[in-house]
Design a protein around this ligand. Structure first.
Ligand SMILES: [Zn+2]
Length: 282
């Protein structure tokens, strides 16, 4: 997709299966099962969609997928793809890990940050993108590295320590420009420090909304991931962000939708929002 000066490309950061109840929170299976039928283990298939963004000056990656550092047990449980999917996805577009100058992580859960680090040939954990700075929201980094019992399992340190050890972490405050034409906006909700990323160029806009709205099936205020740490904030902020996207005729880019990676939205009197201009891939 071309958006003014930006060329945006979808990168598969790895598809995976999770329990449908985790994917749709308080929504009963009788409702979500109709639009996303689960497998025999009640699991639904999600993507870990990343975005490669190039404007001739910068080569950025938004989110890094889940990566390669998993046990056989985890691999089976989530039905993970082999290798480091984001690296393979970039290679299919002729982009090497060395080419990436900035990695922006919407938040630090495994399915967004796991691919940012990997084992090298000496079995040492290192940043996957050796020349990149890693832009992370300050609050997210603080919560993730706090390792308090109530958050600890969501933030394995093997995804974080290799970045801080390498000195490549750049922490940003809530709302800040990452490069001209790309802005981070703090949303909270899914996690306290969760960021959405907004591309703007040539009078056009696209919002990588992150896990505040995981897929095109999560437009309803109450349809949210059960991983949300602040569900009430998600319920408040999501309709506001989707409303801005609809009113601006901007694109929304979903992090976990395997069929519709991006779309435009229109306001709908009963359903809140309606998806138009579906794009299966950027
Ligand atoms: Zn996620």
């Amino acid at each position: 997709m071309n958006l003014g000066n930006w060329q945006l490309d979808s990168i598969n950061g790895g598809t995976f299966s999770i329990d449908g109840g985790v994917a749709f929170g308080i929504v009963p299976r009788t409702l979500w099962g109709k639009i996303m039928p689960p497998d025999e283990n009640n699991r639904v298939r999600l993507g870990a969609n990343c975005v490669l963004a190039r404007d001739g000056r910068h080569t950025l990656l938004i989110d890094a997928g889940y990566g390669s550092k998993y046990t056989a047990l985890d691999r089976g449980f989530y039905e993970l793809e082999k290798g480091n999917p984001v690296v393979d996805g970039l290679a299919s577009l002729g982009v090497n890990p060395d080419d990436i100058d900035t990695v922006v992580l919407s938040h630090l859960h495994w399915d967004h940050a796991g691919g940012a680090t990997q084992y090298n040939a000496q079995r040492t954990l290192v940043p996957t993108f050796p020349r990149a700075r890693y832009v992370i929201g300050r609050i997210e980094w603080e919560d993730a590295t706090s390792q308090v019992p109530e958050l600890k399992t969501a933030y394995p340190m093997q995804n974080l320590t290799p970045l801080s050890d390498a000195g490549v972490v750049v922490l940003v405050e809530g709302n800040s420009e990452i490069v001209p034409g790309l802005r981070a906006m703090i949303t909270g909700g899914h996690t306290r420090g969760h960021l959405a990323l907004k591309f703007e160029s040539g009078g056009q806009a696209a919002l990588f909304i992150g896990d505040v709205c995981a897929t095109s099936m999560h437009l309803h205020r109450m349809w949210n991931l059960s991983y949300d740490t602040y569900p009430l904030v998600t319920r408040r902020i999501k309709p506001r962000l989707l409303g801005e996207v609809a009113d601006e005729r901007a694109w929304v880019i979903w992090p976990h939708d395997v069929r519709t990676v991006a779309a435009r939205l229109e306001r709908h009197p009963q359903r809140g929002f309606e998806v138009v201009d579906r794009q299966s891939w950027l």
